[in-house]
Design a protein around this ligand. Structure first.
Ligand SMILES: C[S@@+](CC[C@H](N)C(=O)[O-])C[C@H]1O[C@@H](n2cnc3c(N)ncnc32)[C@H](O)[C@@H]1O
Length: 279
């Protein structure tokens, strides 16, 4: 089965973890909602697909613009995240629909005007096939706009926890082979262009977007807990079975150097905002 490992991953502890931290993650990732909606420039009554929608923050913001019944559809392989997205839609009253499905084979009921994604497109086993299939859901001239991470080392918000515990690591950090599905699988701008051109998209634009991100949490220990549960550090900490308290103390010390009373901790990020047109 296509994307089997990622489907299992996002339906397991990772999905539950994301559900528990969804509000904090949405705060961290807020700048990307605004940037994507500006790029895709949705109009009222358009139909839009959110690829790998997770808990639906971007889908719901898109639904608020397009307005029509079933105008915004979020697709995700993760049942726990789609359940959360559905309850958020019910509470907010936004006209969004959520489907548990693999976005690389999902078929929309009718041709879409746009497809968007906030960090939901880096997990395909076969990106060329996935982006071809996604394109076939769009009408001619339909728009694609997504954001993905640039290389890990350009993202201090993600590396701060790894750096703080580097002296405790028992094994070297894993370095996945290029193209392995995961958060940084589309970190190379030339690779992105090649994949999208190969998948039949035209007018491909890959623009650097480097907002500072507010680390979520009211206190330094709360931010440290968040960074230990989410992002690249979490996998390493679990895999290497590092002592929770030692890690937290080292991370708090590092974060305290950045914090001054009453101010937020912000760290740079580095991403690609990618846009293209369906031919
Ligand atoms: C990093 S999370 C981003 C979630 C959401 N877009 C957000 O910004 O909050 C990646 C999401 O992609 C989903 N995903 C991974 N592979 C997928 C696939 N083949 N089809 C649909 N969703 C997928 C995961 O379940 C997860 O919810």
């Amino acid at each position: 089965m296509r994307n089997e490992a990622q489907t299992e991953y996002w339906n397991g502890d990772a999905g539950q973890n994301w559900v528990r931290n969804a509000d904090k993650l949405d705060l961290l990732l807020l700048p990307f909602v605004e940037a994507l909606l500006k790029r895709v420039d949705l109009k009222q009554s358009e139909h839009v697909l959110d690829i790998g929608c997770g808990a639906g923050a971007l889908t719901l913001s898109a639904a608020a613009i397009v307005g029509s019944e079933r105008g915004a559809v979020g697709v995700d392989v993760s049942a726990p995240l789609v359940n959360l997205a559905r309850s958020r839609a019910a509470v907010s009253g936004q006209p969004a629909t959520f489907v548990v499905d693999d976005a690389s084979s999902f078929r929309a009921e009718k041709p879409l005007d746009a497809a968007i994604s906030r960090f939901g497109v880096m997990f395909f086993d076969d990106p060329a096939e996935a982006f071809t299939s996604i394109r076939r859901n769009l009408r001619p001239e339909g728009r694609l706009a997504f954001v993905c991470w640039a290389p890990l080392r350009e993202n201090p918000w993600a590396t701060i926890a790894l750096d703080a515990v580097s002296a405790m690591l028992t094994d070297p950090l894993p370095s996945p082979a290029p193209g392995t599905p995961g958060p940084f699988s589309m970190a190379d701008a030339d690779d992105i262009r090649a994949v999208l051109h190969g998948a039949g998209w035209r007018g491909v634009q890959v623009e650097a977007f480097r907002p500072e991100l507010v680390l979520p949490g009211e206190t330094v220990p709360e931010i440290a807990e968040f960074l230990m549960q989410m992002g690249p550090a979490a996998r390493v900490l679990q895999a290497q079975m590092l002592d929770h308290n030692h890690v937290k103390a080292a991370l708090c010390e590092r974060l305290s150097q950045l914090a001054s009373t009453g101010t937020q901790i912000k760290l740079p990020s580095s991403t690609w905002i990618v846009s293209a047109t369906a031919s």
